[in-house]
Design a protein around this ligand. Structure first.
Ligand code: GLA
Length: 600
């Protein structure tokens, strides 16, 4: 593979190995697909006629604590890139450090927000120092996988849609230099929507455009900014993402094909964002900034109505694309056969056996005292990197009834309890809550959920979670808190599992609570989807893996369970539920994404 010449953009056509080349790319994020299925999904992409894989890199997962890096197992980026190479796919790497992607804080680690002066995506030294230290690790790993070294990486993207943020002119040159100085030698690209093109470029990198509706004028505009260069849609949105409480977006396959055909005629290179969306497992979803203070958190599925579905099924879009590309690719070689689908099972319902109230789980959390509320990122947990995701419980005392006022300092929503009895909730719309009269000292507890940090827009520096300032009771700021961090990470779930306080489902207990059941499999586990028609809101863990949030408001009604995360024998299912249950976990072979709405 070496010895010739990688991707070049020296005329109106890309060349690769000195021959004209059209990038037919697709985005599949290794962090949204169980590693056991990477090969399956990439082979399906290859069989569709695509020649290039594009992927982002989520800094927040790779550096969960400042200076502690993780590139193993599900995060083994090098293995993923090598696999792509082995399957005959080229790679365009999009290392961020900011990636947007409907991912918590656009992929930036939340510990950056411990610094009260943080200015994300600028040359503020608190940010650039952290980027440098991450890139020292990341780029050292990927540089040997570049084309010139015999690897599949033919291009690297500098940042992501910086033109829509554009807070610091020195920032893009800094990121470019951070890549070059660590040995990136392949073609550099930037990626922006039309409005961001002017401000998003950086000298020495090819500008590419992102859109869904094809407007030929976009290309005249791009051409004017950057004449005599190859044209590429880095993100042609094959569908769209969904938010809780909204509808499931769909995008017509026929419209998609007409756009693809036109782009072909125009000689434009394409990358499908997404080719296969996958899942926001865990607490990794981002949120859509509408008008602050009301961001809308993204759902757990990232199906995206993409050509390959969340669980890796072929869709109409897939087949249409494959037909289209087979005509084009057949000039070179016939497309590989369609890989077989993964088998699916609608397992027998699991009946919950035991429950444990939230209050009984508190001994398993990190706990400490504070005079004033402390936001999640500044809690002294996680080796002083703060709590990253999940729930935080704030407890104090009151000795009368009155009005609790969040002053909009609760991010994002809180369930409120007096002496462990649920009395109501607070969110960005309902900022005040009447607390019933009490005559003696009572505990007031607020269980605050971080629903996901905004991933796009100008409010990134404003994404601290938990209680972020004073909250008032009868117009006086509350003081004297005990704070419990409920990040629900695998260590916590394991410890909780072993608690002696689990009680039988026959005994009454309060909500929120954890629920435990077992699933026995005597044959090879298959993919399945969980349905919880009676449950209201919470999180599901299988064998310690966080499958993500469910919420009865939809649109999504099922949670994807990858077969490789189940095992033969006993599987432990644990559910954290805030409000209600019928003690039954159902399984289905068919995902339900809820009422649809056309993207257009
Ligand atoms: C932009 C971003 C992507 C993603 C899409 C919407 O183009 O670059 O990361 O957020 O929007 O899905």
């Amino acid at each position: 593979m070496t010895g010739v010449e990688g991707l070049r953009a020296n005329s109106s056509w890309f060349t690769l190995e000195k021959k004209p080349f059209r990038i037919l790319g697709g985005s599949i994020h290794y962090f949204r697909v169980p590693s056991a299925y990477w090969e399956d999904r990439l082979m399906k992409m290859k069989a569709c006629g695509l020649n290039t894989l594009t992927t982002y890199v989520p800094w927040n997962l790779h550096e969960p604590q400042q200076g502690v890096f993780d590139f193993k197992n599900q995060l083994d980026l090098e293995a993923y890139l090598r696999l792509a190479g082995r399957l005959g796919l080229w790679v365009i790497l999009r290392p961020g450090p900011y990636i947007c992607a409907e991912w918590d804080l656009g992929g930036l680690p939340s510990w950056l927000l411990r610094d009260p002066n943080m200015r994300l995506r600028t040359t503020y030294s608190g940010f650039t120092d952290a980027v440098n230290s991450f890139f020292d690790q990341l780029i050292t790993k990927v540089a040997p996988l570049q084309y010139s070294k015999g690897g599949p990486i033919i291009a690297v993207q500098v940042e992501n849609e910086y033109g829509s943020y554009a807070k610091d002119e020195a920032y893009m040159p800094f990121i470019k230099e951070a890549l070059l100085s660590r040995g990136i030698t392949e073609l550099l690209l930037t990626s922006d929507n039309k409005a961001g093109l002017k401000a998003g470029g950086v000298k020495g990198a090819l500008e590419t455009i992102n859109f869904q509706d094809l407007d030929p004028e976009d290309f005249s505009y791009l051409n004017a900014i950057q004449p005599f260069k190859p044209q590429m849609v880095m993100e042609y949105w094959s569908g769209w993402f969904d938010v809780w409480g909204g509808r499931h977006h769909i995008y017509s396959p026929e419209v998609m094909m007409s756009v693809v055909a036109k782009l072909f005629e125009m000689g434009v290179s394409i990358n499908f964002y997404m080719f296969h969306g996958g899942t926001n497992f865990g607490f990794m979803n981002g949120a859509l900034a509408v008008d602050l203070p009301a961001p809308k958190p993204m759902i757990t599925s990232y199906d995206y109505d993409a050509p390959l579905s969340e669980a890796g099924d072929y869709t109409t879009k897939y087949h249409l694309l494959r037909n289209f590309f087979s005509q084009y690719q057949s000039k070179f070689q016939p497309l590989p056969d369609l890989p077989a689908l993964q088998k699916r099972r609608a397992y027998q319902p699991v009946i919950i056996e035991q429950r444990l109230s939230l209050w009984e789980a508190l001994p398993f959390t990190d706990k400490f005292q504070a005079f004033r509320p402390v936001n999640m990122e500044n809690l002294p947990v996680n080796n002083d990197n703060g709590q990253l995701y999940g729930y935080t419980l704030y407890e104090t005392t009151i000795s009368s009834g009155g009005v609790l006022n969040s002053k909009n300092n609760i991010r994002d929503r809180a369930l409120v309890f007096v002496d462990k009895e649920y009395v109501g909730f607070i969110n960005d719309e309902a900022q005040k809550l009447v607390i019933p009269n009490v005559t003696e000292e009572r505990s007031l507890s607020l269980l605050v959920e971080n629903c996901g940090r905004v991933n796009y827009g100008k409010t990134l520096n404003n994404q601290r979670k938990g209680i972020v300032g004073d909250i008032e009771f009868n117009e006086l700021p509350l003081r004297g808190f005990i704070i419990h961090s409920l990040d629900m990470n695998p260590g916590f779930i394991n410890r909780l599992e072993g608690s002696g306080s689990w009680i039988s489902m026959r005994q009454q207990t309060s909500f929120p609570a954890f629920f435990k059941g077992r699933m026995y499999l005597n044959r090879n586990p298959k993919d399945t989807f969980i349905r919880l028609p009676v449950w209201k809101k919470g999180v599901v863990f299988i064998n310690g893996q966080n499958l993500g949030r469910y919420w009865s408001i939809g649109p999504q009604q099922t949670l994807y369970v990858p077969g490789p995360w189940l095992k033969i024998g006993e599987n432990q299912i644990m559910v954290f539920e805030e409000r209600e249950t019928d003690g039954k976990i159902e399984f289905t072979t068919t995902p339900e994404y809820g009422m649809t709405v056309d993207v257009q």
